[in-house]
Design a protein. Structure first.
Length: 331
């Protein structure tokens, strides 16, 4: 994982959690902004602020934490931050177009489907509005004109998950994909396939219908007794998969990407082996910080490389610490 010195310094200055195995401050206790980083004359009163536009559905626990991070940074720096999410790439593009028409000071956007957003992001760049991409679409970020990308290398994270599952004895893995067309999810499965040393089979489900997720995973585990591992790529799907393992009577071992309070509890109870933590709070917090620095001081971060927020791993050893942070909405 690449981290430049300036990124490490920023992470320390922000006093947020820097790795999954250690504690950190909640959004409510973020440090006060310095006058150098956020001059009073550049507050929300003199600009349109920053727009955060993601592909996350309303009420998704993962994206709620991203939102918390962005809003905490906006409060710290005295800038207006608006958050909107839509899983439909066409509607997400419309939200970007709307932000451009409102002449916002910067845009933060996740790119689960980069090609569908290319035109809208191009309009923002052409309008001299700085763009920071987050979470997914890192490979397209620089080409689209974004000033940096904040997120996790999905290939690296997938390989890390595969290594841990292999060590746990998994030989045939079911990788559960919950969003069709999301390039990052396929990268996670491919990464796990590279290091598992066994078979990886994909199962497409719909994250908006968790009862059906449980039903489909249950059916797969009952029909194929060789499957002895399940990798969820979303915390809500992980809980649905946990229920499926119980319902099917399977002994399959379960791991997941990303955190929620329920996932952390399940790790503590031994129902989930581990969660790959991309620290999504930072995916909201850092882009607002970077845009604020760019607006006020023309700073850019990363030197053309992504700013990595993960992967970290939450296991039974550190779940108790992380649980308190998840309750606070920062993990």
């Amino acid at each position: 994982m690449r981290r430049t010195p300036i990124v490490l310094a920023l992470l320390g200055a922000l006093a947020v959690t820097g790795c999954s195995s250690s504690g950190g401050q909640s959004a409510q206790s973020a440090p006060a902004a310095s006058s150098a980083a956020a001059p009073a004359e550049n507050s929300a009163a003199t600009g349109a602020g920053f727009a955060v536009i993601t592909h996350g559905a309303a009420g998704d626990s993962f994206w709620d934490v991203v939102k918390n991070g962005a809003e905490a940074a906006g409060k710290q720096y005295g800038v207006k931050v608006t958050y909107q999410g839509d899983g439909d790439p066409a509607k997400q593009s419309q939200l970007i177009d709307q932000a451009v028409s409102e002449k916002v000071d910067g845009i933060v956007v996740s790119m689960a489907n980069p090609d569908a957003l290319k035109e809208a992001i191009g309009k923002a760049v052409a309008a001299k509005i700085p763009v920071v991409t987050i979470n997914s679409g890192a490979d397209s970020s620089k080409a689209f004109g974004a000033i940096t990308h904040v997120g996790q290398s999905e290939d690296v994270a997938g390989r890390g998950a595969g290594e841990q599952l292999k060590a746990a004895g998994v030989t045939k893995l079911l990788c559960v994909i919950h969003e069709a067309g999301n390039v990052g999810l396929d990268q996670r499965c491919k990464g796990a396939e590279q290091t598992l040393g066994g078979t990886v089979e994909r199962l497409q489900v719909d994250v908006s219908n968790l009862a059906d997720v449980t039903s489909k995973v249950t059916a797969k585990l009952q029909s194929d007794k060789q499957v002895n591992g399940v990798l969820a790529l979303n915390p809500a799907v992980a809980i649905a998969a946990r229920d499926a393992i119980k319902d099917s009577g399977s002994q399959a071992k379960l791991a997941t990407f990303d955190l929620s309070g329920d996932v952390v509890s399940a790790i503590k109870d031994g129902e989930i082996l581990f969660a790959v933590d991309q620290q999504q709070y930072l995916q909201g917090y850092l882009p607002i910080t970077f845009l604020n620095l760019y607006k006020n001081n023309l700073n850019t971060v990363g030197g053309g490389l992504p700013v990595n927020t993960g992967p970290g791993f939450v296991t039974k050893d550190n779940a108790e610490q992380v649980a308190k942070l998840a309750e606070a909405g920062t993990r």
